[in-house]
Ligand binder design. Structure first.
Ligand SMILES: Cc1cc2nc3c(=O)[nH]c(=O)nc-3n(C[C@H](O)[C@H](O)[C@H](O)COP(=O)(O)OP(=O)(O)OC[C@H]3O[C@@H](n4cnc5c(N)ncnc54)[C@H](O)[C@@H]3O)c2cc1C
Length: 392
């Protein structure tokens, strides 16, 4: 079949890889002019790790991974007040966990495809016409094309979802906070291999040192601090962050000052996408477009890879009957993703407690992770994937 995929993020590239493996012709469309960079560190474990292994990516990803040794919580004066060794997470995942920059995962997968499939950068699907036997796609720029299936892998704010299923507001389940991530060159202090985390009521900010003397910052804050929607440009984003984190203690003033030299600020709502169906006619959704678990789940990239693998596998196994393939895809993955989403939604209050008491209690709870048994009790169910990937 000829299959168009809108979005060349982690879901779109993984799907393109597997569809090509199974002998289909893929057209990949990405609105950015080139593979996108930016974003924070994502953890890859569970099903996502298994898919990466099946794709033969583990050794390359191991070269690119960051070795996080410790998660250290600090108070407003920079004094340690909680945290634990990252070894406990490795133990819980049987050493199958890697911390990777989002852009490194996406670029590594894209590297497997470059030159092997047709990719259109700097464009997007503008209209979809499904006559039951073929799909005609209109683009923002390119001339129309006919395909057999179209897949929306275009993220939380999916255009394909909007065109075929309805407005985002019908499916968005906001978790009550916003996220920003950016990198700064030559920031000091720099604690090698340590994620330093500071929390104030309704606010969370962490830094982690990465290659080339850069530091990654990751900020979360509750929606009550944001008036208006997501600012469209970098300047607007920086001014929101400056307003929210000014006078918040720890290194906040210094971090805000360093924003002047930052070009790219990732800024989005922390939301889930919850839908009754991920497929309609000859269209299907995958990754964040279908079932964004939110970054609080910590597993969005891995889950997107698992969905992509299963969708491609079911298309392969159904020998051209996309109705059967889509039904099997939903049946295998939807209940699992719903469980993941429910668990993630419960984690919001431990990332950004509303009160000072909540912050202190959270910091104390992280110390329990240093004791035997507690890591399994506190984190075990979040790190476990309770389904297995089929072989195709
Ligand atoms: C720049 C960026 C930074 C991110 N940073 C973080 C982070 O720090 N922490 C975190 O937990 N998650 C982050 N995410 C989200 C994380 O990558 C996803 O949750 C996860 O990888 C699932 O990926 P996905 O492929 O489903 O969606 P995404 O990673 O969102 O990829 C969607 C792709 O579709 C493209 N696209 C969007 N709209 C259109 C359109 N109309 N036409 C064509 N293409 C389109 C996008 O440019 C993107 O390449 C980030 C995403 C992006 C795009």
């Amino acid at each position: 079949m000829k299959i168009a995929i809108n979005g060349a993020g982690i879901a779109g590239t993984t799907l393109a890889y597997w569809l090509r493996e199974f002998g289909h012709k893929v057209l990949l469309i990405e609105k950015a002019p080139r593979p996108r960079t930016g974003g924070y560190l994502l953890d890859l474990w569970g099903l996502g790790y298994d898919v990466a292994e099946k794709m033969g990516l583990l050794s390359r990803l191991q070269e690119l991974q960051y070795h996080v040794e410790e998660l250290r919580l600090v108070d407003r004066h920079g004094r340690e007040c909680g945290g634990y060794s990252a070894d406990v997470l490795l133990r819980l995942t049987h050493d199958r966990l890697m911390a990777l920059a989002r852009s490194d995962i996406a670029a590594t997968i894209y590297g497997l495809l470059d030159g092997k499939i047709e990719t259109i950068f700097g464009d997007g699907i503008a209209a979809i016409e499904d006559d039951g036997s073929r799909v005609t796609l209109n683009f923002d720029h390119a001339p129309p094309r006919e395909v057999d299936l179209v897949i929306g892998a275009d993220g939380l704010h999916s255009r394909v979802r909007e065109l075929m299923f309805g407005p985002e507001a019908r499916f968005e389940f906001p978790l009550g906070c916003h996220v920003a991530a950016f990198e700064v060159k030559d920031y000091r202090p720099r604690d090698e291999h340590v994620a330093v985390i500071y929390g104030a009521p309704g606010k969370y900010i962490s830094r982690f040192p990465i290659r080339d003397d850069k530091t990654l910052f990751f900020l979360l804050f509750r929606d009550e601090y944001l008036s208006g929607g997501i600012p469209a440009n970098g300047l607007g984003r920086k001014s929101v962050l400056t307003r929210v984190f000014a006078d918040s203690g720890w290194e906040c003033s210094q971090i805000l000052a360093s924003l002047d030299d930052v070009d790219d600020v990732y800024f989005d709502s922390v939301s889930q996408i919850r839908m009754n169906h991920w497929t309609r006619g000859r269209t299907a959704l995958v990754g964040d477009a279908a079932a964004c678990p939110s970054l609080i789940a910590g597993e969005g990239a891995g889950l997107a890879m698992a969905e992509a693998y299963v969708l491609a596998g079911e298309i392969h196994q159904s020998h051209g009957d996309h109705g059967v393939a889509f039904a099997c895809y939903e049946e295998r993955m939807k209940p699992f993703l719903a469980r993941k989403q429910r668990l993630a939604a419960k984690l919001v209050s431990s990332f950004v407690p509303k009160t000072a008491f909540g912050v202190t209690a959270r910091n104390f709870a992280t110390r329990l992770m240093r004791l035997p048994v507690f890591p399994e009790i506190l984190m075990g169910r979040y790190l476990r994937d309770d389904i297995e990937l089929p072989g195709y």
